[in-house]
Design a protein around this ligand. Structure first.
Ligand code: SF4
Length: 414
């Protein structure tokens, strides 16, 4: 690709814009670098707990879909919101992005480099599922500019993998990780799921130790949630699936944090751990409320002018066929647009910022909304006096107990 080289740095001449001169213009346009999300919606089968926008197709229309992604990029490169802004992070998520060849991923990256240019050291992540990728494909991703891989391991326990409907074995995960390293990726992440019915705290410990044998620089540990509309939810309603008790899940969460901290992986977000300096810059941009452009079926975008406290969000058509048809006709596939109410924008700013262990900047909140968080949400003052929230260095963050109760507290906020 032009712009991003194998180690993720940019080869100056081919980067279209000079990132260092950009911030914002006197006319209020945001010219900061932005994050690009690319949704690849295809999977080889549907996991029974999944409510993502993922689809099983008899034949994946890879070339047609890639052309639609490129069309969308061209459309947005001419819009006021994104023109003249370089890309700082790219995330290929899904679905299963590793169903796509390196040449397709490279075509999207090349077009992004040509139209927008990349920031000095872009973080370019691709999600890969073991069993849906081989060593050659990792090498191809590396040579087209991807510099970070996120592997959906979920568990190393064969029974839990079967229960989760995963198509891969623990051995395939180990093989995929070996190939990731051999392809030259020194930055990669592993996803694990915990709180699975039938799982024990000892089982979580075993999963962690197998994950840590691979020395991941980054690890995400997500609590299994039973989402409406999924086969798991139907089984739950019929009484055939019983979630773990809250106390067991809390014990698991504490075990995860302790074990990963001992291995040098610091918790920087409720579900995310990294060696210092290797946190996901793409996700930090979401949690900080930064701008992101999402392309692909069902992708979400967010854009906010510096002087506007609310911003705007939009979402693409979810069905891949409809998405491709719409981009063909109009260059984009937006079906919903929303400008949040003030209270909703404030709640979201707090909600996402507090997910990070470093918390939310009170000053930034005040500058954006003209009030401190407890001015808008009296609960926040109670949580502060009760120790669920802590304020230091002008930042508001969860205390130990607050982190364990974070989900309940978020619900009360909205
Ligand atoms: S592989 Fe991921 S996106 Fe695909 S169905 Fe399973 S959980 Fe959903």
């Amino acid at each position: 690709m032009q712009g991003a080289t194998h180690d993720g740095s940019t080869n100056g001449g081919s980067t279209k814009r000079d990132a260092t001169r950009l911030s914002s213009t006197p006319h209020g346009r945001n010219l900061e670098p932005f994050s690009l999300y690319v949704h690849i919606p295809y999977c080889v089968s549907k996991c029974p707990y999944c409510d993502f926008n993922s689809h099983v197709a008899a034949r994946i229309p890879e070339e047609e879909y890639t052309r639609a992604l490129v069309r969308e990029l061209r459309h947005y490169s001419e819009s006021e919101a994104w023109a003249d802004r370089p890309v700082k992070t790219v995330f290929f998520g899904g679905g299963t992005p590793s169903t796509f060849r390196g040449s397709s991923i490279g075509a999207v990256l090349e077009e992004a480099a040509r139209l927008f240019g990349f920031d000095e050291r872009p973080e370019i992540t691709l999600e890969a599922n073991p069993g849906v990728v081989d060593a050659g494909r990792f090498r191809d991703y590396r040579s087209c500019g991807v510099n970070r891989i996120s592997i959906g391991a979920q568990s190393f326990d064969p029974e839990l993998l079967r229960f989760l409907g995963r198509v891969h074995s623990a051995e395939e995960t180990r093989q995929a990780l070996k190939s990731v390293r051999e392809a030259g990726f020194d930055n990669f992440s592993l996803d694990l799921i915990y709180g699975i019915p039938g799982q024990t705290v000892e089982g979580v410990t075993r999963d962690l130790s197998q994950a840590l044998e691979n020395e991941p620089p980054h690890l995400s540990a997500y609590n299994l949630t039973i989402e409406e509309g999924t086969p798991f939810h139907a089984r739950y309603r019929q009484g055939l699936l019983r979630p773990l008790d809250d106390e067991v899940e809390i014990e698991m969460a504490e075990r995860i944090q302790l074990t990963l901290a001992q291995a040098g992986l610091e918790r920087y977000e409720i579900s995310n751990y990294a060696r210092p300096g290797l946190e996901s810059r793409h996700n930090i941009n979401y949690w900080n409320g930064g701008d992101y452009l999402g392309i692909g079926a069902g992708a979400h975008s967010h854009h906010r002018r510096p002087e506007d406290p609310l911003g705007e969000r939009w979402q693409n058509e979810r069905l891949p066929t409809g998405y491709m048809r719409r981009t063909d006709e109009a260059g984009h596939a937006v079906t919903e647009r929303e400008r949040p109410e003030l209270r909703q924008a404030m709640a979201e700013c707090l909600f996402t910022g507090l997910r990070m262990i470093g918390g939310v900047s009170v000053l930034r909140f005040e500058r954006r909304f003209g009030t401190r968080p407890e001015g808008a949400f009296p609960d926040v003052a109670d949580w502060l006096s009760g120790g669920l929230l802590v304020e230091d260095d002008q930042r508001l963050r969860f205390g130990r107990q607050g982190l364990l109760l974070a989900n309940e507290l978020f619900v009360r906020l909205v």
